[in-house]
Each structure stands twice: as structure tokens, then as C-alpha cells.
Design a protein around this ligand. Structure first.
Ligand code: PLP
Length: 394
């Protein structure tokens, strides 16, 4: 079996599993309790906070542990909206290809009177800082642009977007769920005010993540209750999960550059191999993308059928995002970069990690070629294209 869906979730590392079990077994105290059991758990929690903060050049008190990326995105955006509202600033800038945790939160705000501007992500899947600046108004309270896209892997010019926001005194949040553990992040240098991350995207456990919030920015609670997390996120902390997240994150940065170079080579071989399939196109910029992300459209086929047949061949991949599979709508990300419905339906995302071998790469290329050819063999759309009744787009 080849697992090539690391953008959806990753396999937990041995080290993260061991850490989680160790903490669950030996440090089961409540970190809010004053006796030794509690204080030991508290120590583990605070060490994890310091470790996570260190990775992105933040201060430990700027890290709030959450249940994952979605919660962090919700809290960041709703907090900035609350701050803006108090000053009569009710305009937010984002992009059309954000994760639904961002887009749906923005839709909710729109219903309560906020205005939302979505900047263009262009055909290459990259936001232009100049266009963000042009969209900023007197009443803009927040810019939220993802660091790297979860479907097509394109990396955004975060530092430049952050600089534009600083210049105009607008808060800047980035959903870095796909970027962290793959790219070097420095919130200070990159002008980031708020950042979301999730452990299960970097070989840590599911259901745990964090939000970085620059000192001085007032958070709004999503969960009321006890005074955990500086009173900003109630509920007894998931100590084993948080400790395992810190382990996974620190491990990811130990050999980041070497690992990335190796994964990137395999990514580029996949891009080259799949590019030989006729009437296909890579989605998103070829180089300004995550080291492990490949996303193709193949004309005349259905992505869902492609996935099922690849599954039969032992390959776990994705078409569109996990959240939209089960619906017949094509990916909002592919539509945002200008793919028409028919083409967007025939998409395939392979997101690989370091466990993928060169043989796996060759097998994925051959298997995809075979399946695309097979599906086109009885596709009415393909027949019309070949007969000239319809125009090829790719
Ligand atoms: C996975 C993902 C999320 C959601 O994270 P969860 O921890 O699953 O809630 C948010 N944003 C992006 C870009 C993601 O890839």
C-alpha cells in the first residue's frame, strides 16, 4: 500500500506515539492541580509550549493550545472581528481558496454585518501582496491568507503580505496548517500576528493544534469555563496530545532541509511523469509549492473514479479536498485558479512524505497513466473531445 494523502492527515511518528503513551501513563495529573502530580503535568505542558514557540520564533505565552487547525482558524478570525467591530472596522480580506475553516467562519461574519473581500489567487495559485494592499480600506480589521494551500500546495508570499498589513495597521492571520513542519517559519521576521497549526498534518496526533497570537492582541473565547490557556481556551488541556505534538514538530525541524530536498526530487519526478499523460495539466505553480504536493487535472475523466481505481491498485490519494468528497461540486480551490467545472472534476492530488520510495514514485506514475487511459476508454466526454464535438481545454 502506498499512502499519498499526507495533506489530509499523516501517520503518527513512533516518537510521537511513544511520547503520548508515556505522558498518558505517567503524568495523568491535571495541570491545574497544585500537588506534585499536577505540577509535573503542568511542567510538560509548559515545556511543549516553549518548544512549539521556539520553532516559529514566538514567546511561549503567545501560544494557545487548541483542538486543531479548525478551532485555531475560528478563534483567530472571530477574535480579530471582535476587535475590529469595537473600532467600527468591519471589513476583512481573504482569498477564495482558503480552507473551509476560514471560509465558513467568514460567511458567518458576513451574516452579522461584516464585508468580505476575496483577493484573486491567479492561475498559478499565488496571492499578490500588491493586490492585498489595494484591497485594504480604512475599515479593514483583518487580512487572513493561508501560508500554503492544502489542495494545490502553492506557497504564499507571507512575509510581503505581512509587511503590507503592518504598514496599514491591519491584523494579519495565516492558516499555516499545511506549511508548518515543511517550511521555516519566523513570525517576527514574517510580520505574522496570528498563525494556526494542527498536529495531525505533521505526524502528530489528531485533535490537537495551536494558535499563535502576538502579544497584545485580545483573544475572544470560543469555549467558556476554567482559566486554562490564560483564560482564553477553557477545558483541561490534552496533555499527552500536546506533548506528542511538540515531539513531532521538533523532530520535523531536525533534518528539514535534507528531507525536503529528497521529497522534492520525488515530487518533481511525479510532475514530470504525470505530465506525459496527454491533455493533463499541473494545478498551481510548479516550483513555488510544498515539497510533497502534486496536483493534476486530466481532461475527460472523473476524479472520484480515478481515486477508486487507484485504491484498487494500492494507492491512497485524493481528489479535491476530503471535506468536499461525497459532494458533486468540484473543488473550490481549482475553480478559484480558473479551472472550468469539467476539468476541475478530473483532478488528482498526491501528497507524499519521506516514506515514499523511488519505486513507489514510478509505480504511481504507471498506475495513474493506466487508470486515466482506462477511464477515458469509456468516457462519453472523452469521446466527444476526440470526435471534435467538444474543444480540448488542456
Ligand atoms: C487540515 C487543515 C485544517 C483543519 O485542521 P484540523 O486540525 O483538521 O481541524 C485547516 N486548514 C488547512 C489548510 C488544513 O489543511
Amino acid at each position: 500500500m502506498i499512502y499519498a494523502d499526507n495533506a489530509a492527515t499523516t501517520k503518527m511518528s513512533e516518537a510521537a506515539i511513544n511520547r503520548m503513551v508515556e505522558v498518558a501513563k505517567e503524568n495523568y495529573g491535571n495541570p491545574s492541580s497544585l500537588y506534585v502530580f499536577g505540577q509535573k503535568a503542568k511542567e510538560i505542558l509548559e515545556q511543549a509550549r516553549a518548544d512549539v514557540a521556539g520553532i516559529i520564533n514566538a514567546a511561549p505565552r503567545e501560544i494557545i493550545f487548541t483542538s486543531g487547525g479548525s478551532e485555531a482558524d475560528n478563534q483567530a478570525i472571530l477574535s480579530a472581528a471582535e476587535i475590529g467591530k469595537k473600532k467600527g472596522k468591519m471589513h476583512i480580506i481573504s482569498s477564495a481558496f482558503e480552507h473551509h475553516a476560514v471560509l465558513h467562519t467568514l460567511e458567518k461574519l458576513k451574516k452579522s454585518g461584516f464585508e468580505i473581500t476575496l483577493v484573486d489567487v491567479h492561475e498559478d495559485g499565488i496571492v499578490r501582496p500588491g493586490e492585498v494592499e489595494a484591497a485594504i480600506r480604512e475599515d479593514t480589521c483583518l487580512v487572513t491568507i493561508m501560508y500554503a494551500n492544502n489542495e494545490i500546495g502553492t506557497i504564499q508570499p507571507i512575509k510581503e503580505i505581512g509587511a503590507v498589513c503592518r504598514k496599514h495597521g491591519v491584523l494579519f492571520h495565516t492558516d499555516a496548517v499545511q506549511a508548518i513542519a515543511h517550511l521555516h517559519i519566523d513570525v517576527e521576521d514574517q510580520n505574522i500576528d496570528m498563525l494556526s497549526a494542527s498536529a495531525h498534518k505533521f505526524h502528530g496526533p489528531k485533535g490537537v493544534g495551536f494558535l499563535y497570537v502576538k502579544k497584545g492582541i485580545l483573544l475572544t473565547n470560543l469555549i467558556e469555563g476554567g482559566a486554562q490557556e490564560r483564560g482564553k481556551r477553557a477545558g483541561t488541556e490534552n496533555v499527552p496530545g500536546i506533548a506528542a505534538m511538540a515531539t513531532a514538530l521538533c523532530d520535523a525541524y531536525k533534518d528539514l532541509d535534507a528531507r525536503n530536498a529528497s521529497i522534492q526530487k520525488k515530487r518533481d519526478r511525479l510532475i514530470e511523469g504525470l505530465g506525459k499523460i496527454e491533455h493533463s495539466a499541473l494545478n498551481g505553480d510548479a516550483t513555488c509549492r510544498l515539497p510533497g504536493n502534486v496536483n493534476y487535472c486530466f481532461e475527460g475523466i472523473e476524479g472520484e473514479s480515478l481515486l477508486l481505481l487507484l485504491d484498487d491498485k494500492g494507492i491512497a490519494a485524493s481528489s479535491g479536498s476530503a471535506c468536499t468528497s461525497g459532494s458533486l461540486d468540484p473543488s473550490h480551490v481549482l475553480l478559484a485558479i480558473g479551472r472550468v467545472h469539467d476539468v476541475a472534476h478530473g483532478s488528482l492530488r498526491l501528497s507524499i512524505d519521506e516514506s515514499i520510495t523511488d519505486e513507489d514514485v514510478e509505480y504511481m506514475i504507471t498506475a495513474t497513466k493506466d487508470v486515466v487511459e482506462y477511464l477515458r476508454g469509456f468516457s462519453p466526454v472523452w469521446r466527444d473531445l476526440v470526435a471534435g464535438k467538444k474543444q480540448f481545454i488542456l
